[in-house]
Design a protein around this ligand. Structure first.
Ligand code: BG6
Length: 521
């Protein structure tokens, strides 16, 4: 989060000469540290970590004392790893459809990163790897180390145990040792608790940085700014005025060759208790006293704590079948022909506290839907109709305020005005704000802030052990039901299963349309 810390101020003094472009306004370079990436050969490293390091370098937010060590199984030369990453960065940068697209690469900024990359061969489960790594870190320029676990979840515990047993997580002489753990953080309450126990056996909670990449999105961080930097929202942001909140993460893509992973996971575990709950937390939390990490995370933890545990009646699961957007899920590579894994999940969630009692939060996510759209739509209650009873107006549509996260970045507000003409008629209109109309767009992959904050020691945007566990606890009954939940079919390219519409219809409500008639949305 954009706030200064002592660490940042100290490091500014030690920073020498990052050659790239001008310093990002108001920000200081992170303190010097060695970034150890487990999973150097993986997709995450290529697609997200390297472009983010490049962007941070271009903004002069990295210290010249930084070193980047990539651990992976298999012998190879550092020069080969550097070449491979340079090649993939260039490919992403040139791809107009990619998140990291830029008209021109800042060669100095990339060379700054490349010059610090060092390939370190080693198996993630062998003592010998960690003994060598410890010896290497003893010679590092800085005693500060960030261990980034960009590996499959099955390696999380073995790596943490080895780091812990080798004493590499001990913070000495004022140096920090931090662990970044990627998603999925467990697959249910019991496994998340086990992983937390493992981390906390060897490290303090303050050393753990559990990533949810949705929190790295500017549009998600902006939810708090919109809510708390404007006088008009907070007074109506409560059960007296809000009828329901709809949180959508609809995707047009399928499982993109990840069939094997997805078979074990499914849409519910993949998206609900993590990404969608994080959005819910930002929308529903009470105002924190400050942007201090604990203040923000305490308020969010209260929301998760207040969620009424979901039951089978609150959830609809679906799986895409052949439709306008292509073949069905069961025909994807790596997927069983009789798979019951869901590619769609919708849920009705109640936050049982004073502010939100009785207001349903409807969450939905799915693959191969008609449109890509991540958004939070706050649907207000209707006003009394009295004034219009003697006019031709027969209905008033409630106001809807929408925070648009992806791919559109901005907000929109649906409200009612008089249709021009001699009689009183009401028409629904939309007022929309797009970030691109006001701010310069940047090639940002969403991990820049997360990496930078971790190096600064600001955990605001990371998940705390207690919140992870309360989130899993809220859905645990649905994950381990007495009898399996039905998985409904929906056509690839549709808006999801009919049963998800019924979930809202039973409450007298409808989902906000996935395809919007308003052009600029
Ligand atoms: C990931 C899920 O965490 O988030 C993917 O594993 C999903 O299945 C992705 O596609 C969505 O993230 P984004 O940022 O593309 O909306």
């Amino acid at each position: 989060m954009p706030k200064e810390s002592n660490e940042a101020n100290q490091s500014n003094q030690s920073n020498q000469t990052n050659p790239a472009s001008a310093t990002c306004a108001g920000k200081h370079p992170a303190p010097p540290c060695t970034l150890v990436i487990f999973g150097a050969g993986g997709d995450l490293t290529k697609r997200l970590l390297m472009p983010s390091l490049y962007n941070l370098s271009a903004d002069k937010l990295l210290d010249d004392g930084m070193e980047i060590i990539g651990v992976n199984h298999g012998e190879r030369e550092t020069s080969d790893w550097r070449d491979e990453l340079t090649q993939s960065l260039r490919t992403f940068a040139a791809d107009k459809a990619a998140t990291f697209h830029t008209s021109q690469l800042n060669e100095d900024a990339w060379n700054w990163v490349v010059g610090r990359l060092e390939y370190f061969p080693g198996e993630f489960e062998e003592d010998e790897t960690f003994a060598r790594l410890k010896a290497r870190l003893a010679k590092a320029k800085s005693g500060n180390v960030v261990f980034y676990l960009a590996v499959g979840a099955r390696f999380f515990q073995p790596i943490i145990e080895h780091l812990g047993a080798a004493g590499m997580l001990e913070e000495k002489d004022g140096n920090f040792r931090r662990l970044v753990i990627e998603k999925p953080f467990g697959s249910d309450l019991a496994s998340a608790q086990e992983l937390n126990r493992c981390i906390l056996k060897y490290a303090d909670e303050s050393q753990a940085y559990r990533i949810d990449h949705f929190l790295g999105k500017d549009t998600v961080q902006s939810i708090l700014a919109v809510r708390f930097a404007n006088a008009m929202f907070e007074p109506v942001w409560r059960r007296e005025y809000i009828d329901n909140v709809q949180i959508t993460a609809a995707e047009t893509i399928g499982v993109e060759g990840r069939g094997k992973f997805y078979e074990q996971t499914g849409a519910f575990r993949d998206m609900l208790p993590n990404h969608l709950f994080q959005l819910l937390g930002m929308v529903a939390m009470e105002p924190p006293n400050s942007f201090d990490a604990e203040s923000v995370r305490d308020r969010k933890a209260e929301v998760f704590d207040a969620i009424r545990p979901l039951t089978a009646n609150d959830v609809v699961l679906g799986q895409y079948e052949a439709g306008p957007a292509g073949p069905g899920y069961k025909d994807e590579p790596g997927v069983a022909k009789d798979s019951r894994t869901e590619t769609y999940a919708a849920a009705r969630v109640y936050v049982e506290n004073w502010r939100w009692a009785g207001v349903p939060f409807y969450l939905r996510t799915g693959k191969r839907l008609t449109e890509r759209r991540t958004e939070i739509s706050v649907q207000m209650k209707a006003v009394p109709f009295l004034l219009f009873r003697d006019t031709p107006v027969d209905a008033l549509t409630p106001n809807v305020f929408t925070l648009r996260i992806d791919p559109a970045h901005g907000t929109s507000f649906d409200f009612n005005v008089k249709v021009p003409g001699p009689v009183m008629q009401i028409g629904k209109v939309r007022s929309a704000f797009n970030y691109a109309d006001f701010f310069a767009e940047r090639a940002n992959v969403g991990y820049e802030t997360l990496l930078y904050d971790c190096m600064l020691g600001d955990a605001t945007l990371f998940q705390r052990a207690d919140s992870i566990e309360t989130a899993w606890a809220a859905v645990d009954h649905v994950l381990h039901p007495d009898s399996p939940l039905p998985v409904r079919g929906y056509a690839a390219g549709s808006a999801g299963p009919a049963e998800a519409d019924q979930l809202l219809a039973d409450d007298g409500r409808t989902w906000r349309a996935l395809t919007d008639p308003h052009k600029k949305d």
